[in-house]
Design a protein around this ligand. Sequence first.
Ligand SMILES: *Cc1c(COP(=O)(O)O)cnc(C)c1O
Length: 372
Amino acid sequence: MADSKIFVTQPALPPLEEFIPYLQEIWDSKILTNNGPFHKQLEVALSQYLGVDQLALFANGTIALVTALQTLRITGEVITTPYSFVCTSHSLLWNELKPVFVDVDPVTLNLDPARIEEAITPRTTAILPVHCYGNPCDVEKIQRIADIYGLRVIYDAAHAFGVQYKGESLLRHGDLSVLSMHATKVFNTFEGGAIICPDKTTKERIGFLKNFGFADEVTVTASGINGKMSEFNAALGLLQLKYIEAALAKRRLIEARYRLYLSDMPGIRLLPIPDDTVGNSAYFPIFFDPEFPLSRDAVYDRFKAQDILTRRYFYPLISSMPMYRGMPSASVQNLPNANKAANEVLCLPIYPDLALDQVDRICELLTEFSNH
Ligand SMILES: *Cc1c(COP(=O)(O)O)cnc(C)c1O
């Protein structure tokens, strides 16, 4: 049965007919891009929804990351995590910056603050952590280290749309935060991204950098890139925003169902629910301990044979890729927790259209595998 296929993630889409009036407006106005009306509206609507001061939209999260580093004129070395999607580190290479990998905490899989100081050198200027799976980094400890050493903090918050920490948006932490609105993310505009910043002056500079460096018709202030979001994507974002609460509610139900089934299964570990956090259930990673009768990869294959797609996310580690693995900080000995996680973690399907009986089926299969 082709329609019984279960994906690891599937984009949430609004009813198509509701998008037509937006398209009509674009066709009528003939404004397709360059900070058009939908772009302006979405920046305001998202800042309000997320509870942040300033938000600059981008064509995707990767260009937003590259631009965030340029916004703060980061130079030299940047401390970052190997346990992420590859573009976290690629954004450094695009700016001719040197990534310095620091290991993750074995429980949260976020950058381990206790390991940051030993990686700081006179050339270090910034820290680029990731709120992995949408779970907050130890933002207080990271900020304390940044303050002591005079470093900037840019969060790759691609997974953290809508996450609240201690009663406010997690995106308010650090000097800048970067969102992705890619099709696979909790909130999507097909492709899209954003930089969150605290003040208008910084947002203005970001505006120049994402528009080739133009400050006005005749003044080019920097070798900026074309990072603008089009009116099509911005309009879609405005419509998607009407459905985001329902999508988050559905994701939370699925996460609760998984936790109910799997929290006592021998050989399987779950990520703990983080303190003081309202999460977004963006991912559902599980760890396979050695006592589980099958390896992580064997489970991945067996699910696939049943038309259930899971994802080894993140595998392979960034630090093992050819453009990084020669760096001293990329060695396996330096990054034991990240390497272990890359071999143990499997992300289970989670998306708003996944039915709870499909979740049950996935859990029942895991029970079968565990009785292997
Ligand atoms: C998705 C993602 C990004 C940005 O990806 P884009 O596809 O360029 O929007 C950045 N970092 C992480 C950790 C991601 O998962």
